[in-house]
Design a protein. Sequence first.
Lengths: 255, 222
Amino acid sequence: MGTPVEADLSSIIALVVLLLSAVLLWWFGLRVRQGTRFAFRPIAAYEVLKSLLLSVAETGKWVHVSLGNVRLGGDQTAIASVGLAVLDYLAEQGASMGISPVVTVSDPTMLMASQDALYRAYARKGRARHYRSTSAQYVASDPAAYAVGAQAVIDDDRVAANVMMGQYGDEFLLMGETGAQRDLVQVTGSSTITSQPFMVATTEYALVGEEAFAAGAYLGDEPMQAASLRVQDVLRIIAVVAIVAGAIVKTVLGL
Amino acid sequence: MKAGLQRIFRILLVVIAVSAGLITLLSMLVQNSTLSLLRAVFVEWTVIVAAFSMLLGVANVLRVHAQRIQQRQGLVYSLVLVISFLAVFIPGILSPNLVPEMLQDWTGPMGHIVDFAYRYVQRPLQSTLFSLMAFFVVTAALRAFRIRSAASFVMFVAALFVLLGSARLSLFNSWDVFIETRDWILGVPVLAGARGILLGLALGTVVTGLRLLLGVERPYSE
């Protein structure tokens, strides 16, 4: 005899959305593998990221990558994985040019993950012995303390570009504004709505809203990443249709 | 042989990660005692791993700053950090039962030294830091409101109305128009835009989470 299984309506809806997303992911993944190529609108921030290491390598300076106030295992795991994907991309490019991004994190679990991403990028390029574990730095777990620590790194004359991908609150401004005052090339993306206005105000290349979650599809060549972006589009259409239908039903029927 | 073992190891990693993820997810969506028990076990493991990773984090901080002291880069700041760390960490981990009676109130995680560092150093510094944010907001706003395009012009006009509406100066009789316009701006276009962004963020989180759950994205195995 198994233990009874119960679920409320909102849990059932969530389960249905997840199952639908999984089916869509499988379907679009299959289509990509069969040769379908999905076209995506160009996003300036990703174009800049693609050539960032090359332009910085010429100056002999560093790229700072901030992974924000995220940790693995919490509700920020999704944006944490996006930050790690961007770091992986930059680290691989950097490894082939002999430069490593300087990474700051606010959680020890992210320290391990970012050190692993850096090491694997070097190993893939056959340069594992050039990897330095201190390229990834744990600053502090408190958001304000982290911002001050990362601000000091951004303010360093040897930093030529600043990439911030993670979760930020109001303290984003301390880092973003420092980068803006130094006229650095800045690419930012965040999973919180409170930091979005600050990102737009201080950064030329700000990834607004879900654009940050498209990093894998824009920077990598993995077919499932492109498929997942298409799933996101379909889910958005479904959500918009549901909102409009709900508004019409409420207005017309007065429910 | 070695490649075969590596392949099996990678598959095993994916199976463990995907199973743990799916069980945890299901336990949050459906009420089942077995699933809840398994989730509790996984959460406990996560806490243990996170606690050990904190030790690595501390080691990383000390290593980075030792390197800076050695290279004489920001020497004073790094020295202050290391000394402050030791001054709080050592009394903090000392059990009050292991020290002479006169020092018992000063040691341990709830002792006077840790309490003093938190209450009189960390908290005031945090408050000071956030009070500085006002100046950062002003310089960022000045940059954002520089009219370079139609969009920045619209943003400037909207900000002007919100600012005047919030100031409530009532310099003339029809000042209410600013208050009403501010309420409309915040209640209609701003709210609609914010909800649109929130919807996008939620969908992005769901799909990214799904990629991790289904093993499409495997940052733990290569």
